[in-house]
Design a protein around this ligand. Sequence first.
Ligand code: DAK
Length: 260
Amino acid sequence: MAYKNILVEKKEGIATIIINRPKMLNALNTATIGDLTNAVNDLEKDKNIKVVILKGAGEKAFIAGADIKEMKDMNVLEAKQFAEAGHHMLSCIRQSRLPFIAMINGYALGGGCEVLMNCDITIAGRNAKLGQPEINLGISPGFCGTQCLPRLVGRAKAKELLLTGRNLDAEEAYQIGLVNMVVDNDKLEEETEKLAKKIASKSPVQTAFIKALVNMGTDIDMHSACALEVSYFSSSFSTHDQKEGMTAFLEKRKPVFKGK
Ligand code: DAK
């Protein structure tokens, strides 16, 4: 599919989605949200793809938020449709079989921070600035921020950040568990690729199972979540990758997973 505001590159089982509005610091407008939704759904169907990296074009930003120029004159209905489109895109990421790595080069604010919180792993360059500054614009977050942030960093910290709208640097974001790792900016691409390759070498059946179990399990009660784990665990024993993984261990060699 052709996209207007994003680029999609594919190499060795890894897809990279690049949000490509660098002059606007990759702000998310309706068209970009549509492109992202379509790209996630297209990649879902491409069985050669095992991992997705999501990043922003240019040196300054991952995503500097939802597009303020587009939002400014929205009426209630348009704002609802915009928020629903954003939620749908994020839900496609959460429900995808593919692990998503958000690579944060610069600003990840508002909608940008909400996108990374819906990815599976976040790696940030030391120059990253994250936050939910919506309150400074006279709005509250509209793409899951009030729900994702407390789930990731706890209610008290989430409320402090949402109520003040202050930005965090990469180190503080790491300390509170908003990003998984921080690396020097000149190593960001390389380290992200290394991480993606490592995950791409695992069983794609199991990367999908683990993502689904963590995402679903942490939103339901413990008893049901454990039952879900038993069900996924036992169904692994019908796969080639389980036989291969255990055989390879016993034969003291590297497994070759097929995603079957
Ligand atoms: N939207 C539109 N344009 C943006 C933008 C954004 N979020 N962020 C930056 N830009 C544009 C700037 O207007 C500027 O455009 P020109 O003036 O050159 O035409 C260009 O990008 C470069 O930005 P700056 O000149 O400002 O660059 P600086 O380095 O000086 O500053 C900055 C970088 C990131 C600190 C600054 O640009 C900034 O504060 N940007 C806004 C950050 C922000 O407030 N983000 C949160 C946006 S609100 C909802 C649905 C969704 C949401 C809410 C509700 N519902 C419908 C209920 C989500 C809301 C948000 O994400």
